[in-house]
Structure formats: structure tokens, C-alpha cells
Design a protein around this ligand. Structure first.
Ligand code: SAM
Length: 164
């Protein structure tokens, strides 16, 4: 799957996971999103499902600061927007917080859910804390890669003690 990042350059470049993925040739730094691009948007009403694979030709992470994310996502991006189903951050900045993932974690999780397991793990291998993200979410990711509808997510969260 073609991985892309659209960068706002708002965070420390030394810690930016999108910049690291571009440097390693894992993701392409783009300025324009295509119509069949899956935009990873934490504010989207729709959740990513495995069946979305047939609609898309690329996955795009929007690399902005979490503190400015509402402004960044108020822009009208082209593409197909989806949030990820609930996952725990493994990165040191937002460790164990639900849904506050780095761009690298979000791209990895989306690949996992869409069935590209090896590619998902290869991204995490590039980060010291990558294995922590996988260990925290392995069971959830396995379940999400079999999702047929959003209705099933609440049942999964209850099973793992993550529902309110
Ligand atoms: C807000 S930026 C933070 C970037 C961070 N500074 C880094 O170095 O990775 C993280 C991006 O990953 C994607 N993302 C993170 N969590 C997500 C979620 N729960 N659902 C959908 N996309 C998510 C979005 O594209 C989001 O803009």
C-alpha cells in the first residue's frame, strides 16, 4: 500500500515520526491528497473497517501537533476520511492514552486493520517504542482486522475492559 504524509511542521522535527518515515523511504511527503486516498482523521465520524480496502489506493497521515489538530482538520482535505477504532498509544509522549497516536502508529494500525500485517510491523520496527504499541494493541488489532461493521466495536471494547 502506498503510504503518504501531509506535514504541517508543527512538532520538534527530531521527534517527528512522519519525518522519520519519509527519511527511511517508508512514506512519501505529499502536498495534495488524491480522491482515493484514505485520510487518517481522528475527528471523522466514520471508523476504518477492513472493507474500506476496496475504496482506496493510498493511506495518508496528517502530521500536525495534537494541540493544533482541531485547526489542521478544519481544512477540507480531499480523500476518504476515517478515524481508527480505539487503540492505546505506545509512544512515550502519550503512552497508554486512547486514540492519541503518532502518525507512524496510525499508519501502522491502518495497515494492520486492512490486512497488511507485515508492512504494519515493519513500520513499528523503526521506532524504539514501536514494539510497545504492538504489545498494547495486539489483541485489539487482531479483532479489528476482522470487523464487519462499526457496531461490533463496543462489544470488543467491553471484552477488553476499555468501554466506559
Ligand atoms: C496529530 S499528528 C501527531 C504527529 C506526531 N507529532 C508524530 O510525530 O507522529 C498524528 C496523526 O496521526 C493520525 N492519527 C492519530 N491518531 C488517530 C486516530 N485515532 N484516528 C485516525 N487518525 C489518527 C492523524 O492523521 C493525526 O493527525
Amino acid at each position: 500500500m502506498n503510504l503518504q504524509v501531509l506535514m504541517f511542521y508543527q512538532d520538534d522535527p527530531k521527534k517527528c515520526t512522519a519525518a522519520k518515515m519519509v527519511k527511511f523511504g517508508i512514506a512519501k511527503n505529499i502536498k495534495k491528497i488524491g480522491n482515493k486516498g484514505l485520510v487518517l482523521d481522528p475527528f471523522s465520524e466514520k471508523t476504518l473497517l477492513p472493507s474500506d480496502k476496496s475504496l482506496i489506493n493510498s493511506i495518508i497521515g496528517i502530521d500536525c501537533s495534537w494541540t493544533l489538530a482541531d485547526q489542521a482538520f478544519s481544512k477540507k482535505f480531499n480523500g476518504i476520511k476515517r478515524k481508527l477504532p480505539p487503540l492505546l498509544a505506545g509512544n512515550p509522549v502519550n503512552y497508554s492514552k486512547l486514540n492519541k497516536l503518532t502518525t507512524a502508529e496510525s499508519l501502522s494500525a491502518s495497515l494492520f486493520i486492512l490486512g497488511f500485517r507485515d508492512d504494519a510491523l515493519a513500520i513499528l520496527d523503526k521506532f524504539k517504542w514501536g514494539h510497545t504499541f504492538y504489545e498494547l494493541n495486539q489483541n485489539l488489532l487482531d479483532e479489528y482486522s476482522k470487523l464487519e461493521s462499526e457496531d461490533q466495536i463496543d462489544i470488543i471494547l467491553k471484552e477488553y475492559g476499555l468501554s466506559n
